[in-house]
Design a protein around this ligand. Structure first.
Ligand code: MRU
Length: 359
């Protein structure tokens, strides 16, 4: 059975508490927008696509309970609540793009005299619900395009060794995963020899979550600590690096989990192709470059402690940016559900497709 980070039935939302993994599997009920904001901000749910889906579903759950029947008031409340949800974590763009699209939908439905308030609510909630299936479908397409791109660089039917960073699998999405979806697809076609995943300090998404998913899926994998990446590339004949993204600017600069940038530099030094796997809803065409991406800084405690256990000297200052920006010139290709694009092609190609959630 595949791992499920989000459980949803109309009116009922639960998320797998990722703070407790891998030692405990416990689902937390999300009863509305306030709970949605908290589980995102505390990182009980994390990963750009999962943040967007859980945030929007928390609004769907709240709306269903709401007795409001004035469409104008509903529209106003929706806008306020979506903007609030977007503020829970600033770097991943998926929730912002989904919120913008949902606000547009609310504007259209509220202005249409042929749409009753109950129809407004129903259509709005259905639109949010469609995000779940769309995300899985997109991830499968990313997996297929990504594995084809990696294999097309090889001669014969050689097997591949992949390095990945952070967590981009079922736990970070509605299912299947983005970069982990590419790995899953390579494994499915029997071309994956081995995957290496970084520990991903300080929050350890790699050691706690990716390693957990890889073991669960019986994919041949080895955990390394972040400082082993150069040694790994020098000695282990890595075929490609595949990572996820939290926000891709229109020039291809990509914000992803802290440490991604240094892996891209090491990959370039060793002539290893470096791919970013991300749905179109991670591409922010409004930003011309990565310098404009707001980087979230997280509490010192994530560095100084592991669980309740202090590991850093008391009194030391800490700097804890959660993401860094990999410049486009270090990225071989951006793997999306519509194909693989070199960063310089985003500006021409992406506007043709851009619609973060299904209609
Ligand atoms: O801080 P996190 O755990 O939310 O960061 C997650 C990442 O950086 C992922 O690589 C990214 O969101 C892609 S998830 C498919």
């Amino acid at each position: 059975m595949s791992l499920e980070s989000i459980r949803y039935k109309r009116g009922n939302l639960e998320i797998l508490d990722q703070l407790l993994l891998p030692l405990q599997t416990r689902y937390v009920k999300v009863q509305g927008v306030e709970d949605g904001w908290k589980v995102i901000n505390k990182m009980q749910v994390r990963g750009a696509p999962a943040i967007a889906i859980v945030g929007c579903l928390s609004l769907a759950v709240e709306l269903l309970k709401d007795e409001m029947d004035d469409k104008k008031v509903m529209r106003q409340e929706i806008e306020g609540k979506l903007n609030y949800l977007v503020s829970a974590r600033p770097t991943a763009v998926n929730i912002k793009l989904a919120a913008d699209e949902l606000i547009n939908l609310a504007n259209t439905l509220s202005a249409d005299d042929n749409v009753s308030s109950s129809e407004f609510k129903d259509r709005f909630i259905a639109r949010i619900e469609s995000m779940l299936a769309k995300d899985i479908e997109d991830n499968k397409a990313i997996g297929k395009f990504g594995s084809e791109a990696i294999l097309s660089r090889l001669e014969g039917d050689r097997q591949v060794r992949i390095l990945t960073h952070c967590n981009t699998g079922s736990l970070a999405t509605a299912g299947y995963g983005t970069a982990l979806g590419v790995i899953r697809s390579l494994h499915g076609s029997k071309r994956l020899e081995h995957v290496y995943c970084t520990e991903t300090r300080p929050y350890n998404q790699g050691a706690r979550l990716t390693a957990y998913e890889l073991v669960h899926e019986k994919i041949p994998a080895t955990l390394i600590v972040d400082s082993m990446v150069s040694a790994l590339m020098h000695t282990r004949n890595i075929t490609a690096v595949v990572v996820g993204a939290d926000r891709v600017a229109s020039n291809g600069d990509t914000a992803n989990k802290i440490g991604t940038y240094q892996i891209a530099i090491v990959a370039r030094h060793h002539d290893v192709p470096f791919y970013v796997a991300a749905p179109l809803s991670s591409i922010d065409m409004s930003l011309t470059s990565g310098d404009r991406i707001k980087i979230e800084e997280r509490p010192d405690r994530e560095m100084t402690h592991i669980g309740e256990h202090r590991i850093a000297a008391p009194g030391i200052n800490c700097w804890n940016p959660s993401f860094d920006v990999t410049p486009a010139n270090l990225i071989t290709g951006i793997i999306t559900e519509k194909g693989v694009f070199t960063p310089s092609r985003l500006k021409d190609e992406i506007p043709k497709y851009h619609s973060p959630i299904a209609s």
